[in-house]
Design a binder for this molecule. Sequence first.
Ligand code: ATP
Ligand code: MG
Length: 666
Amino acid sequence: MSAQLNTPQREAIHYLDGPLLVLAGAGSGKTRVITFKIAHLIRHGGMNARNIAAITFTNKAAREMMERVSKLMTADEVRGLTVSTFHSLGMQILRQEAPHLGYKPQFSILDSYDAGKIISDVLKSTAKDEVRKVQSQISLWKNNFITPDEMITEAANDWEMVCARVYLSYQATLTAYQAMDFDDLIRLPVELFRNHPEVLAKWQAKLRYLLLDEYQDTNTCQYQMVKLLTGARGMFTAVGDDDQSIYAWRGANMENLRLLQTDFPKLKIIKLEQNYRSSVRILRAANSVIANNPKLFEKQLWSELGLGEPIHVVQCKDEESEAEIVVQRLLAHKFEHRTEFKDYAILYRGNYQARIFEQALRNQKVPYQMSGGQSFFDKPEIKDVLSYMRLITNPNDDPAFIRALTTPKRGVGAATLEKLGAWAGQRHNSLFAAAQETGFQQQVQDAQLAPLEQFCNFINTLQYRATREDAGPLVMEMLGAIGYEVWLFDSEDSPRIAETKWKNVLELVAWLAKKGEADGKNLIELSQTIALITMLEGRDEGDVDAVKMSTLHASKGLEYPHVFLVGCEEGILPHSESVDNGMVEEERRLMYVGITRAQRSLTLSYCVKRKRAGDWQFVDPSRFIDEISGDDIRHFGRPGAEPIVSKNEGKSRLAGLSAMLDAKKK
Ligand code: ATP
Ligand code: MG
């Protein structure tokens, strides 16, 4: 196995004397070091897989790493190995230790949509932008261990005061619901470890070696978790690239790279300089763009993969024509190079850009897969079913209670619900608990009470069965009992939409059945797991032959033979908000991440005009394009440059058209 490693990689893998940081540019094999090091620790380091935890940034990355590790070793050798995200490690810890924090192990996990809803209720505002701003302010405070009470006394201005008040009610609501948000999954384990040394000692004994991928994107909370878990021994390997830090908006702190040196004076640093991913021109473009940012650490990057094609820069008339041209060029390229759809990725700055490309791909019957977009689990019909699962997991989850009770409606009137809300509010109780209290029940007429009692009994029975039966069939039976399918068709105007929604629900049930069986998880465990899946990316759709569509953020750590990076315009990349807030460096790192995803070819596209708020506006190409040496670029579509379809491309254009026709026939 060491034949597939270069000297510094091998050194990083063999180094077990203390804390280690592998600092290197994109595609230099940092993630590979982690996978091979896990194998080394188990085979030659005398460690049991159970005592090793590898932390990645996304669920998808975790799955991929587990797959790669499984290829290097036998099932017996890897048994008990933890490969997860910070959040799922946090959840694992909290599930076991919840009582120390006054929580039940069946706590609910709120995704950012549900959390946003609570904030919007408290704020008494539905303005999305405002809610989002308050939410991210609260998140930043939470990640820096600042409590609501501290903020109430320390708020520096009116805006902070508003946020602090919302923060206070928000946190009280979460406690009442026995719910946690994503930030809590990291923050609470840290508090737990700080306040309960015996619990910390237990986890330190369990997780004796930590491996951390994408270290540059850890935030303060995550860093504290690492520090506490590794303790004075500092037995860890972190790998990272300061030039790829793109999560400042979520509190990621690049300074954590430097802090490692201060906090662990014995820290050894190894640099990797050979890139195994991209051709020379792609790498040169990436290097010259990032050279415009100030350097935190000096790094070099070179590749032996040949000069490669110049980077294609395509000017398009407007956004619709950009989408069409990209799909056309993709098809032509595919035909000419006899590649597969899965060799291509279309990357963009923001999710809102995806729709028009989806349309163009659909028009040409090109299969595609989205990641980092609206998740399957965010669809309303899926959230309906999940609300039942959440309620079964934790009956005190009020948002889930309301959604489940009213979808489909169960004959509980608005007046009864109002009384219930008031009663629960006075007693700081959950709706579910309040509904079963005599004091409340005495206020309501029998006819009104009956459906409510029935509902609570129904949930109680399901909760009893949830830990004893397989999740898939149980959820299916539940859907039958509540008449969900009939309700869907009754409440949707279009039977086609109802059908699609029902199909999605069936897909969820199939997924629960499969996942439940594969991981031996019951309904309650699955319900908690799903909350985490929704956070960074959708489901794993397996290795199908489809063009990948992804935001730049969600493409981190991944690689694709051919990349189209679209919307390379001032205002989009760099994003206008970042330009206004002096965050161009972060945008440049995002560009660097995008460029370095490409292995063999890279196309950058931009529009001359774009519709904004209903009006056409002329836009400029991204400044980052100018930062690439002209020698490495071939322009298309702009005055004086080659036309979108050049002479020497005429052949491939024809080929593209016939490929399109082929695809249409299918
Ligand atoms: P990123 O910064 O984008 O996360 P990375 O540094 O983690 O990149 P990897 O994804 O580990 O890089 O590796 C990039 C590619 O190079 C992968 O396809 C990997 O298999 C390959 N690779 C890494 N090291 C070697 C090596 N020594 N020999 C051959 N291929 C290698
Ligand atoms: Mg990596």
